[in-house]
Design a protein around this ligand. Structure first.
Ligand code: AMP
Ligand code: ZN
Length: 138
C-alpha cells in the first residue's frame, strides 16, 4: 500500500507504478525522469512521503541529498557528464508539479541545449541589505 494513495511517487516506492529504477537504499529511491531535460535526468525521492522542502524531515533530506551526490558521480563516470545540476522545486510558484519531495539530478553536457530560464538582475546594495534584514527577521 502506498503511504499516500493519491501520490504517484509513493506508488513508485510501493512498486505499484513502473519506473526505471537506478538505485535504492533504506531511505531513498532513484529512478529516471519520464520527461528528461538531458540524457540521464533522474529523480531521487525519500521513501517516506512528504509534500516538499517545507515538510521533509531532516533525516530524509540528508539521505536524499547523499543519494543525489552518488547519482551525480555515477552520471559523471558512466555517462560522461561534464557537470550536474541539482534542482528542487517547492510549491507551484517554484514549478513543483509532483507533491512528494524530490531532487532532480540533471546531467549537463558542454553542448547541451539547457539555458537559464531567467535573467539575473543588477542588485542595488541598499535593497540587498533591506531584504537580508527582512529574512533575518530583525
Ligand atoms: P517537479 O516539476 O519538480 O515537481 O518535477 C516532477 C517531475 O516528475 C517532472 O520532471 C516529471 O517529468 C516527472 N515525473 C512525473 N511522473 C513521473 C513518473 N511516473 N515517473 C518518472 N518521472 C515522473
Ligand atoms: Zn508520496
Amino acid at each position: 500500500m502506498p503511504a499516500d494513495p493519491d501520490c504517484i511517487f509513493c506508488k513508485i516506492v510501493a512498486g505499484e507504478l513502473p519506473a526505471a529504477k537506478i538505485a535504492e537504499d533504506e531511505h531513498t529511491v532513484a529512478f529516471m525522469d519520464l520527461n528528461p531535460w538531458t540524457r540521464g535526468h533522474a529523480l531521487v525521492i525519500p521513501r517516506e512521503h512528504s509534500r516538499n522542502l517545507y515538510e521533509i524531515h531532516e533525516q530524509d533530506l540528508a539521505a536524499t541529498v547523499s543519494a543525489a551526490k552518488r547519482l551525480a558521480l555515477a552520471v559523471r563516470d558512466r555517462l560522461g557528464a561534464d557537470g550536474v545540476n541539482l534542482l528542487n522545486s517547492c510549491e507551484p510558484a517554484a514549478w513543483q508539479t509532483v507533491f512528494h519531495f524530490h531532487v532532480h539530478v540533471i546531467p549537463r553536457y558542454e553542448d547541451d541545449p539547457l539555458r537559464l530560464p531567467g535573467q539575473p538582475m543588477q542588485a542595488d546594495p541598499d535593497e540587498l541589505e533591506k531584504v537580508a534584514g527582512e529574512i533575518r527577521g530583525g
